[in-house]
Design a protein. Structure first.
Length: 370
């Protein structure tokens, strides 16, 4: 007998503990991917609604006897940034679970070209015997779930298709299907191009690091060159000195977003070459350190900095502040406005006030190398 929309108790029994199982799987999968150094956008889960589950049973003939037979009552979705990371995520996850190969499918190999949004990996899986014996997973032993892995562009496409109600090719006019096919091609091309961009940027960064380490050439200031300079240890002494002010420890890495911002600010302040940045560190480090000491002196009292870490690029951060303070009024005002501070005029005024104390202590700074 098939389950119907009225089998409320059957549905409740079949989905009991799935919410907790989903939370546990999201945490576990996230840890597994981090351990394998697979970069992802997100991991989430959903428990299939009763109405949707009932429709699936009713439309499947004799395949399912009740809700408990459905393999996708619990669905976990892994979204990667790039298409090639779909396979990397699968390689990291599949060995950690018992995968039902008969009910798993690589839709990238079986779907038509215009179904771009559904080009994902679908696995039906359960916890491995080894893991289900652990006390925190025992109650989930034998419970199956669907694991879906797709790129972020594939996910965006599928979500838009779903919102538009585009499910089957026969359900929409031929011209509409053509337009979907064209869009599918564009997005698949975009997925491929983003992959190539990532590879090209990685190759550029490797070349930049090699040039900086050997001292060959004079490179322009950009995100990659500044990141390489930070990673080379150029600012370490200055950053360590500023960290002692908090006090704090210096982190091993610097967030890419802050590197991008600092490279833009250096260019805005007229420092556009790597050799100029190297000269700055030697000549301006005392001014940046003095500026940081005075700037941080006004932190709110009672603030706890125990176990605090600061970015490895914090030395460059305060070097930029010192450069801005020493720049002419027009450049300094433009810099303050670019900081997206709530009140750029107030920011500029405080920068000048602190800078005056620095100059009183150390004297006029050297000229800014360009």
């Amino acid at each position: 007998m098939h389950a119907t929309a009225g089998d409320a108790d059957d549905y409740v029994n079949a989905t009991s503990a799935l919410q907790d199982f989903g939370v546990a799987l999201v945490s576990l999968i996230g840890e597994l991917l981090r351990d394998a150094n697979v970069n992802i956008h997100s991991v989430d889960f959903r428990v299939k609604q009763k109405a949707s589950a009932s429709r699936k049973i009713s439309g499947a003939g004799d395949r399912y006897a009740d809700y408990a037979d459905l393999h996708d009552l619990l669905g976990v979705r892994v979204i990667t940034y790039f298409a090639d990371e779909v396979d990397a995520a699968a390689a990291a996850l599949v060995p950690e679970f018992d995968v039902d190969a008969a009910n798993s499918v690589d839709k990238r190999a079986v779907l038509d070209p215009d179904r771009f949004g559904y080009l994902s990996l679908h696995y039906v899986a359960a916890l491995s015997g080894r893991r289900s014996n652990l006390v925190e997973y025992k109650r989930f032993d034998g419970r199956k779930f669907e694991l879906q892995i797709r790129s972020i562009l594939q996910h965006a496409w599928a979500e838009i298709e779903h919102d538009l109600g585009y499910k089957a090719t026969g359900s929409v006019p031929k011209e509409t299907r053509r337009r979907f096919s064209r869009l599918a091609g564009l997005l698949e091309l975009a997925d491929d191009e983003f992959q190539r961009l990532r590879v090209d940027l990685a190759q550029y960064e490797d070349a930049v690091k090699a040039e900086i380490n050997t001292g060959a050439g004079d490179l322009e200031v950009d995100q990659s060159t500044i990141y390489a300079l930070i990673e080379s240890g150029l600012f370490d002494d200055l950053s360590e000195g500023i960290a002692e002010i908090f006090p704090a420890t210096v982190a091993l890495r610097t967030p890419r977003v802050s590197v991008a911002r600092m490279s833009e600010e250096l260019t805005r302040l007229g420092v556009s070459r790597v050799e100029a940045v190297k000269s700055l560190v030697g000549d301006w480090a005392p001014y940046a350190l003095s500026f940081a000491r005075r700037w941080l002196a006004d932190r709110p009292s009672g603030r706890s900095d125990s176990h605090r870490t600061v970015s490895r690029g914090i030395g460059l951060f305060y070097l930029v502040y010192a450069l801005a303070a020493a720049s002419d009024e027009t450049v300094r005002s433009q810099w303050a406005a670019s900081r997206m501070h709530a009140d750029s005029t107030s920011l500029e005024s405080r920068v000048l006030e602190v800078w005056k104390s620095v100059v009183d202590e150390l004297g006029p700074p050297p000229s800014i190398p360009r």
